[in-house]
Design a protein around this ligand. Structure first.
Ligand SMILES: CC(C)(COP(=O)(O)OP(=O)(O)OC[C@H]1O[C@@H](n2cnc3c(N)ncnc32)[C@H](O)[C@@H]1OP(=O)(O)O)[C@@H](O)C(=O)NCCC(=O)NCCS
Length: 183
């Protein structure tokens, strides 16, 4: 495990480093076609792939420029791992980051993603002292668009067929928020 870890808390959630025991829950929700549809892995997502991914995360130090750092989202009430969120401080600009997020379908619609992403943004602006955080999503990914708007991110651009994704050229929506908008 990396000597530097992040542990964040909200009223209902804990955002923490991944553990080996997360592999089953992680492989299960990553294998869900609705979860994988707009994300960059193929399904089924095996337990072995989950174990390898989790092991690779444990070697990482959070905040390395250009490297995604993934946090597990755990329900405080039950200890269940229900999703993940991630950030990547840009390789060419240490004051900006990109974020991503996933919540297992059975736990969607309860505001957990809003709570986790709000907590992640607070960490990035207050602890990492970033200037700007961005996120991108497919224009058909309505739940993600609603979430990004709900946490206060602005739609800044709609790129047309700008990404080669799962054998198609797809559009990208880019959202962002600045530190002085967050305060
Ligand atoms: C994007 C994603 C994380 C959003 O999850 P979500 O559960 O819809 O988002 P939230 O946790 O913020 O929940 C919001 C919903 O819960 C409802 N809700 C219930 N209790 C709530 C509470 N206490 N606080 C806030 N919202 C609450 C809201 O009204 C909202 O419902 P609505 O969508 O009908 O308007 C989820 O759809 C997902 O994992 N998708 C697959 C992965 C993916 O595509 N990730 C993004 C790649 S860009």
């Amino acid at each position: 495990m990396s000597p530097v870890t992040i542990r964040l808390e909200t009223s209902r959630l804990q955002l923490r480093e991944f553990k080996g025991s997360d592999k089953l829950a992680f492989a299960r929700y990553r294998s869900d076609p609705a979860i994988a549809k707009y994300q960059n892995w193929d399904i089924p997502y095996s337990e072995a792939a989950a174990a390898d991914f989790i092991e690779s995360l444990q070697q990482l130090t959070p905040g390395i420029l250009g490297e995604w750092y993934q946090l597990a989202i755990e329900l405080k009430a039950t200890g269940e791992m229900i999703g993940d969120c991630a950030f990547c401080i840009l390789a060419d600009d240490s004051k900006q980051a990109e974020i991503g997020f996933t919540i297992a379908q059975t736990h969607q619609g309860k505001g957990y993603a809003t709570e986790a992403v709000t907590c992640l943004l607070e960490y990035l602006f207050k602890n990492q002292n970033l200037h700007r955080v961005r996120a991108n999503c497919d224009p058909e990914n309505i739940a993600s668009i609603k979430l990004l708007k709900r946490v206060g991110m602005r739609l800044e651009g709609h790129f047309i067929k700008s990404l080669w994704f799962k054998n198609n050229w797809v559009d990208e929506l880019w959202f962002a928020i600045l530190d002085d908008e967050w305060n």
